[in-house]
Design a protein around this ligand. Structure first.
Ligand code: SF4
Ligand code: SF4
Length: 92
């Protein structure tokens, strides 16, 4: 009997800040801004690392501070619903 290999269609989703290293210039603003120390700093490469993504509470400050637009904070759906933020719609 042929064995069917399971190939997951989607990667498990993780939330919090995602850094685009092709855009990051290592200004360190995200590292200095985050109130919860989600970021660590790589002294050798002079780049931030998302070290503790589970600590993120999705305030968005790092994304706002990054003038290179190198950070995208992924906010989970249940948090967006709780805050009344939904694509194209504001829930009263
Ligand atoms: S604020 Fe943006 S450009 Fe500056 S270190 Fe962080 S990710 Fe890189
Ligand atoms: S969204 Fe807020 S808590 Fe999360 S990493 Fe950015 S600054 Fe830190």
């Amino acid at each position: 009997m042929k064995k069917i290999e399971y190939v997951p269609k989607y990667e498990p989703k993780t939330y919090g800040p995602k850094i685009s290293y092709k855009d990051c210039i290592g200004c360190k603003k995200c590292y200095d801004t985050c109130p919860l120390d989600v970021f660590a700093w790589d002294d050798e490469q002079k780049l931030p690392i998302v070290a503790y993504p589970d600590e993120c509470f999705y305030c968005g400050m790092c994304e706002l501070e990054c003038l290179e637009l190198a950070i995208d904070v992924e906010v989970p759906l249940h948090v967006r619903l709780y805050c009344g933020i939904f694509p194209g719609k504001v829930i009263p």
